[in-house]
Write a protein that binds this ligand. Structure first.
Ligand SMILES: [Zn+2]
Ligand SMILES: [Zn+2]
Length: 352
């Protein structure tokens, strides 16, 4: 195959990233790699591809080295192909397709913790929306402000859910679960035996969100490695406010920047342990931010597009998550709640 022009390919990638309003540091990697490649003699480039030493050149990293090698081999770089694959895709159409593929929701609260409605009402609303299931994920004991469930209350909830499931419309079921607090040491805030019994465990950080990056990374990675955790909830903990809501001071008071952690390490832990990253659809969260979501898509992670609903009407917030997921190129088959309940349970069961 005739080789392609690696400089043109790298520049095209940078252009597409800029157009998508991606973080400057990501774009810069491709622009500086293009500059280095344009200054390197073709023979030297070819020899380096052969020897696997491209990334030793200044301004070239593993990702850009792979692009150059693919271009020289006459292939369209995978990175470029991924970017152009979503180019021209009508995002509304892609988002609608993703929404249509969703069979359920893995993050839902009831009035047992800080939700506003009984479980049954949430379930009926979800069935009306066409869901096949949702995972009931009320809070864990230490989140006292949200009336987190003690072990005893959770045990009672499990009995109650079993009873409700008997009476619910056919084709819909409530899966048991929890939104368990990820404690400061990375432990999970509920009894081991109970966590093991639950169908799906969402783990989230709700405290010390401004901790330094190394501690936050360790905390998250430890929790992801816990066999009981299946989904990492609202990973950055950020709060964004809907545009135009209230005055500036009011908006600032209600917003919170994303917490600081090593994204690569957290994503690597999710990949290693086969855990999903939540795409939280709440308009005040929209977590993770798009730049992180794109990196997670490229890393090969799986996702769960959830509403984190605290009231029946909020169960319809999935559209917001789907829109962002479509924009970032999340493939439907890597979204765990496009799977049937049986497949979802098989997957959570595989975590031990
Ligand atoms: Zn939460
Ligand atoms: Zn929640």
């Amino acid at each position: 195959m005739a080789s392609r022009d690696p400089v043109a390919d790298l520049r095209r990638i940078a252009f597409l990233l800029e157009r998508a309003n991606e973080a400057t540091y990501r774009v810069r990697a491709f622009r500086s790699a293009a500059a280095t490649v344009s200054k390197t003699p073709p023979d030297d480039l070819a020899a380096r591809v052969e020897a696997g030493t491209l990334a030793k050149l200044p301004g070239i990293g593993d990702v850009t080295a792979r692009c150059v090698a693919e271009s020289l081999a006459g292939e369209e770089p995978v990175y470029l192909r991924r970017l152009t694959a979503t180019e021209g895709v009508e995002t509304p159409a892609a988002a609608a397709a993703l929404r249509a593929a969703l069979r359920g929701d893995c993050h839902v609260h009831s009035d047992w913790s800080d939700g506003g409605s009984p479980i049954e009402e949430m379930a009926l609303a979800a069935a009306d929306l066409g869901h096949e299931y949702f995972v009931l994920t009320d809070h864990s004991p230490r989140l006292t402000v949200a009336r987190g469930l003690t072990a005893d209350r959770l045990r009672r909830q499990l009995d109650h859910v079993a009873m409700l499931n008997e009476a619910l419309p056919e084709g819909f079921r409530i899966l048991t679960g929890i939104e368990v607090d990820i404690l400061e040491d990375g432990g999970l805030d509920q009894e081991e035996e109970l966590l093991a019994r639950l169908d799906v465990v969402v783990g989230s950080v709700h405290s010390k969100l401004r901790d330094d990056a190394s501690r936050m990374t360790r905390r998250m990675v430890t929790a992801i490695g816990n066999p009981h955790l299946d989904v990492l909830g609202h990973m950055t903990g950020r709060k964004v406010s809907a545009a135009g809501e209230g005055d500036a001071a009011h908006r600032r008071a209600r917003t919170r920047p994303p917490s600081d952690f090593d994204l690569e390490k957290v994503l690597a832990a999710c990949l290693d342990h086969g855990k999903a990253i939540e795409i939280n659809s709440r308009p005040d969260r929209l977590d993770p931010p798009k730049r992180m979501l794109t990196v997670a898509v490229e890393a090969g992670c799986v996702f769960s597009i959830d509403t984190d609903a605290h009231a029946p009407g909020q169960l319809d917030w999935l559209d917001f998550g789907c829109e962002r997921a479509a924009l970032c190129g999340v493939p439907a088959d890597r979204v765990v709640n496009t799977w049937t309940a049986e497949r979802l349970l098989e997957w959570t069961g595989s975590h031990g």
